[in-house]
Design a protein around this ligand. Structure first.
Ligand code: ATP
Length: 319
């Protein structure tokens, strides 16, 4: 093997740059050439490909987003689109590919591997919704961004004695809501993995009021419903003044945390090692601080284990 390609696909996540840097530098360290594919699978089909040197990935480890840009590309879901991609890879003499992205991006990597082109998937999404890894690149940064917002909103909630309902991202996963809610001391956390009980939520608000509590923070994961809809539902059950805050895309950007940079560096480097060992069709991940790898087929579309223990703890600590 002589040349490794790398692309980022799907939603961007802080730490993707650190992963690109790791793939490029680990490849060059081992005497290989590294090629960057710009704009995800769309750039692959169109041959938007350039060789990357050590310096090409300098000064990016601390930056959010992705220097290779990202894209969603429906054409790549077709056999014809995938064949066009393989032709471009062959044209540039690229022997193997590292795909940095989420579950959808892994489907593309799986399709290429099945057609004889070895690919490794590196999990990067703020949602932390990929199986085969305890954490995805970008989750820790998003968690801390949300936490910072909760802390700020708490100041206002306390000053004005109000209940705030904060909507956070996560798609169908509740990890951002759960971790940020627990770390931010939220009174109530709504996640898609656990059914909520409106009577219980009202009871908690009322018992808080009785003991003199003047404000509350409720975190709603976007996979449950919108914060506005939840505010309406709550209003039907209890007469309290609420304010809604939808954090939106601020959760996707920003300087990656130290944890995300280290994770991205380790996962990116391991992806290159696997390809050098002649292994394709795998994903890398972290479990109990060990870097692991899994068959991509066993990862795609599989639900991650939700931490019910943490959810229970959040309920206990927010009485
Ligand atoms: P995120 O969860 O952050 O949005 P993602 O990787 O899951 O990231 P998707 O939009 O689902 O994001 O997928 C990214 C791209 O992967 C798609 O635009 C498409 O090009 C490719 N892709 C998705 N599904 C398939 C598939 N079944 N076969 C081939 N390629 C696919």
């Amino acid at each position: 093997m002589k040349r490794i390609g790398v692309l980022t696909s799907g939603g961007d996540a802080p730490g993707m740059n650190a992963a690109i840097r790791a793939v490029v530098r680990k490849s060059i360290y081992n005497g290989l050439e590294a090629y960057g594919i710009y704009q995800g699978y769309s750039g692959l089909i169109n041959g938007n490909i350039k060789q990357l040197e050590l310096g090409s990935v300098g000064d990016i480890i601390h930056r959010g987003g992705t220097m290779l840009r990202s894209a969603r590309c429906d054409e790549f879901k077709t056999k014809e689109g995938q064949q066009k991609g393989i032709e471009q890879l062959k044209k540039f003499g690229i022997d193997a590919l590292v795909v940095i992205g989420g579950d959808g991006s892994f489907m593309g990597a799986k399709a290429l591997t099945e057609q004889g082109f070895p690919c490794i998937g590196v999990p990067a999404t703020i949602d932390n919704d990929i199986s085969g890894t305890q954490f995805t690149i970008g989750f820790d940064t998003a968690l801390n961004t949300v936490l910072d917002s909760i802390d700020r909103i708490r100041d206002t909630a306390t000053s004005h004695e109000r209940t705030f309902i904060i909507e956070v991202m996560g798609r169908d996963a509740g990890d951002i809501a759960l971790w940020a809610g627990l770390a931010g001391g939220a009174e109530t956390i709504l996640v898609p993995e656990e059914k909520y009980d409106m009577d219980n939520i009202v009871e908690r608000l009322q018992s808080g009021q009785k003991r003199g509590k003047k404000h509350s923070i409720i975190i709603v994961a976007e996979g449950v419903m919108s914060a506005t809809d939840f505010a309406k539902e709550l209003k039907n059950s209890i007469d309290i003044e609420t304010r809604v805050s939808v954090l939106g895309h601020i959760q996707r950007g920003g300087t990656p945390t130290g944890f995300d940079r280290v994770l991205a560096s380790r996962l990116g480097a391991r992806a290159v090692e696997l390809l050098m060992d002649g292994k394709g069709g795998r994903t890398v991940g972290i479990e109990k601080d060990k870097i692991i790898d899994n068959d991509i087929i066993s990862v795609i579309g599989q639900p991650r284990t939700f931490s019910a223990d943490m959810y229970d703890l959040s309920q206990i600590l927010s009485i």
